[in-house]
Every structure is written in C-alpha cells, then in structure tokens.
Design a protein around this ligand. Sequence first.
Ligand SMILES: NC(=O)c1ccc[n+]([C@@H]2O[C@H](COP(=O)([O-])OP(=O)(O)OC[C@H]3O[C@@H](n4cnc5c(N)ncnc54)[C@H](OP(=O)(O)O)[C@@H]3O)[C@@H](O)[C@H]2O)c1
Length: 336
Amino acid sequence: MRIILCGFGVVGQSLVKLLNSRSDDLYAKYGLKPRIIAVSDSKGSAVDTAGLSLEKLIEVKKKFGTIKNYGNIKNNMSGIDLIKNIDADVMIETTASNYKDAEPGMSHIITAMKRKMHVISVNKGPLALAFPSLVELATYNQVIFKFSGTVGGGTPILDYAKNSLRGERIMSFSGILNGTTNYILTNMTNGSSFDIALKDAKDKGYVEADESLDLDGLDAAAKLVILANWVMDMKVTLPDIDCKGIRNVTTEDIKKAIKNNCSIKLIASCDKELKVQPRQVSIDDPLCVNGTLNAIAFTSEHSGTQTIIGKGAGGIETASSILRDLLEIRQEIAKI
Ligand SMILES: NC(=O)c1ccc[n+]([C@@H]2O[C@H](COP(=O)([O-])OP(=O)(O)OC[C@H]3O[C@@H](n4cnc5c(N)ncnc54)[C@H](OP(=O)(O)O)[C@@H]3O)[C@@H](O)[C@H]2O)c1
C-alpha cells in the first residue's frame, strides 16, 4: 500500500515509529505492507517511490528540523505537489488544524480524492468546515474517507457510536471533547485561578499554539460537527454550533458548582441544538471525569445511556487510530 504522508509533526512521526515497530506483525496478521513513498512538512518533502526508510525519516527530521534534507538534494515540493505528481493508494493528512480556511489540509484532501486516493485525516479543520461536501466528494470519486483520530485521539468514539451501537437509534449525546479545558477546569475546581491553571496547562504542553482553539471551544465544536454528521447524519458545519468557551468561568461559578455537588465542565452536546458551553455536571455522573480525560455519553432509544471514557489526544494514541483506519481500508480494498 503506497502512502503519501502530509505533515510530519507529533502525530506524523508517531505513525512512522509505530509502522516501523509493527511492520512484521502487520503483514503476518493483516496482510498490510504499508510503504511510505512521500512525506511533507512545512518546509519541503522526502520522496522515494520504492519506499522511504522510516528510521532515516525520523533521524533527518530530528537533525535538520525538516525532512527536505532526506535526499542528496534538498526537496522543496509541498504536500500538494506530492499529491498532484505522485501515484499513491492512500494520503494521510496530519497537518495543523485551522478553522479559518482549513488549509493546507483542505486542498490536500480534495486533490487526493480527485486523484482517486483513499484519505485518512486526523486534521479536524477540513471536516469542521466541509464535512458533508467531503463525504460527497469521496463517494463521487469512489474512495474511502476515514477520520477516526479526529475525535477522542486513540479512544474509538466514532467507531463505538457507528458500529457497536449499530441498529440502535442514538437520540442525543453529550461529552467532554477537549482535554485541555478539562485540565484547566479540574485545576480550578481544586482551587487554582484561571490564569494559574492556564499557565500550568501551557507548561505541560497541553495548550494548542493558538490557545483560542482550546479556550474558546473551537476544538470541541469541531469534534461536535464531526460527531453530529457521522453519528446523527446531520449536515452541519462549524457555523451551526452555538459555541462558548471557558474564558468567562469565574472562581464564583466554580464555588457555586461545588456547593451543588457538581463540577463545571465544557460540554459539547447534540440534542435539539448543537452547543458547546460550560455547564454544571454532578460529580456522580460518569461524564464528570477529571484532568485531561475525555468522556462522551450516548443516549439511544433502547440501550439507555452509555459513557465512554479515555485519553482524548496524544501522538502515539492518534497514530494508532490512523493504523486502525489503514487496516479498515486494507480490508475494504480486499473485498473489491
Ligand atoms: N497531537 C495530538 O494528540 C492530536 C490528536 C488528534 C488530532 N490531532 C490533529 O492532528 C494534526 C497533527 O497534530 P500534531 O500534534 O502532529 O501537530 P504538529 O506537531 O504541530 O505537526 C503539524 C505538522 O504539519 C506541518 N504543517 C503545518 N503547517 C503547514 C503548512 N502550511 N504546510 C505544510 N505543512 C504544514 C508541520 O510542519 P513542520 O514540521 O515543518 O512544522 C508539522 O509537520 C492536527 O491537525 C491536530 O489537530 C492531533
């Protein structure tokens, strides 16, 4: 399976390490022989249609800060150049998420689909802004579009709702979909001010480079869009979400919640409306998880409410979700 990997940051590098450590058993157990033939980062690319050395990719990125130094001549091709000019079976999109125009991920995905490549994206931006049209484009071009890592990192939230609850009608869901804000609110519940809790989260590397994505609820809203489309068959995008972040949560609000035997959590919910907002959650509710954990409760017609709890992010966790998607693509292709 020939793969173009766009983006070589935390997740991209974790994927390469994971594939390197699992190559023998992936072939023996699943017949999967992934061959990464091109990789791009923000400065350039590495290309070898016979297959790049996974160890060398990691070494070169560590040494030079970019994979453009992989070959003898520096390679300035961008991700989009790779997708337009190199034949591959799968394009994996791991560039940074943005919710203004979702570039460069949006163009990577659209171009790859038009070139009949299957697509795996962990980048939430393109899905948040254009989920319905991307799914339509994949169908039109008869390619498989997978995005397990966009919600819940390695915790298989999308698969659970779609496959484990197959046949059930999910009526509503609500959850904590952003670990960073949950960490900050947990610290505030334990007595920290917002500023100190935010600084602590930044020191631990939990906050996105653009802190607004976490604090103003955009990351949680993007995940809500993906869930609403995938699980509830809604045709919605980011502007459809009524979104409020945690910047205005005060120490007074936290104290009031504690008096009610509750904690304040940033809850993304899909009921009659699609909302992201801070809410009081009873400490006895399974949803009331602490630290960087994510949790989501699905309420379905006959099975009642079920809550899934897990780590919502992490490089290796998210890489493992990409591997799950790759295996599914492998299985789907084998059926044809
Ligand atoms: N980290 C997680 O736990 C996690 C979990 C779920 C989903 N995600 C999503 O996965 C994606 C990757 O996350 P990450 O943690 O790996 O981020 P990251 O470490 O910041 O890596 C982003 C990669 O994208 C490249 N890039 C950024 N802007 C670019 C541009 N304009 N053109 C080409 N390449 C560009 C960067 O290039 P340089 O290397 O040259 O800077 C880097 O290789 C994001 O969309 C994120 O939201 C991450």
